[in-house]
Design a protein around this ligand. Structure first.
Ligand code: G3H
Ligand code: 13P
Ligand code: ZN
Length: 309
């Protein structure tokens, strides 16, 4: 099966009150681990590529690895640009075989975000590619503790309706309390479900996206700390909150940090326990398996998208 857009995936996810996992990919082992899990769970999946991933691995290598995954699995896979920062990178990905792009104009004023997004939507739709946009600002890693500014950066429901109408985007990333990275909450985790419910009700049938949605799995954090340290105070979004988000309009849940932690924990442990190893296959094989196990767990227990082909 060729690459698909997220349109059909999101329609079924919306109606079935579950979400599709969108996992960041940077190399072959990460792609194989994620796709192995999706196959095992018989789940659709989104593989997303950041600007940093394109710089690291080279666009064409990532596209060809994903094409290999399609041949190997025959799964519905959507290839998505994560956090495209301008028209040019979105155009390159549309022209370069992606089936979905994100234009992230969230740091710009409302009208400028609309303008940028509209331009990308027009180009992408002409080429059969769907567009995710973002309204509202997620906290960055350093900003995770800035609770006072909360309402100023969370997505405004009225603006969300106007934004979707005026841009024609196909899905919208919203800010309701998640943040990127391993340090999401200082105290008790909490998401603004009242806001999510309001946005869902005001945009019936429209797919919403949750970024910064890693759960920051404690066993990986513990292992990273045991074999090297430096992750004290890491905390993610609890699984039950993500499951609940999937019962509202959230159709896409983004995960990157958990992949990094799974891989790093495994490799750190490997070298601590096998100091003489120097063949990359010896540590990348268990790391790939750790990713597969973790993603399969998420597909079952966080996305609720197993057996949804
Ligand atoms: O939200 C961003 C993703 O975690 C991608 O991170 O830009 O370092 O590849 P990256
Ligand atoms: P995490 O940092 O929570 O994994 O979020 C990833 C993300 O939103 C990618 O766009
Ligand atoms: Zn993100």
């Amino acid at each position: 099966m060729p690459l698909v857009t997220s349109t059909e995936m999101f329609k079924k996810a919306y109606e079935g009150h579950y979400a599709i996992g969108a996992f960041n990919v940077n190399n072959m082992e990460i792609i194989q681990g994620i796709v192995g899990a999706a196959k095992q769970e018989q789940s659709p999946v989104i593989l997303q590529v950041s600007a940093g991933a394109r710089k690291y691995a080279n666009h064409i290598y990532l596209v060809k690895l994903v094409e290999a995954a399609l041949l190997d699995t025959d799964l519905p896979i959507c290839l998505h640009l994560d956090h495209g920062e301008d028209f040019e990178i979105c155009k390159q990905c549309v022209d370069g075989g992606f089936t979905s792009v994100m234009i992230d104009g969230s740091k710009y004023p409302f009208e400028q975000n609309i303008e940028m997004t509209r331009r990308v939507v027009e180009y992408a739709h002409e080429h059969g590619v769907v567009v995710e946009a973002e309204l509202g600002k997620l906290a960055g890693v350093e900003d995770a503790v800035k609770v006072a500014a909360k309402d100023a950066t969370y997505t405004d429901p009225d603006q969300a309706v106007e934004f979707v109408e005026r841009t024609g985007c196909d899905s919208l990333a919203i800010a309701i309390g998640t943040s990127h990275g391993a340090y999401k909450f200082k105290g008790e985790p909490s998401l603004d479900f009242a806001r999510l419910e309001k946005i869902t009700n005001m945009l019936p049938g429209f797919p919403l996206v949750l970024h910064g949605a890693s759960t920051v799995i404690p066993s990986f954090v513990q292992k990273c700390n045991q074999y090297g340290g430096a992750l004290d105070g890491a905390q993610g979004v609890p699984e039950d909150m993500l499951l609940k988000a999937g019962t509202f309009g959230v159709c896409k849940i983004n995960v990157d940090t958990d992949l990094r932690l799974a891989m790093t924990a495994c490799i750190r442990e490997h070298f601590a326990t096998h100091p003489a190893d120097f063949d990359p296959r010896q540590y990348l094989k268990p790391a790939r398996q750790a990713i597969q196990d973790m993603v399969a767990h998420k597909i079952r227990n966080v996305m609720n998208s197993s057996n949804r082909l």
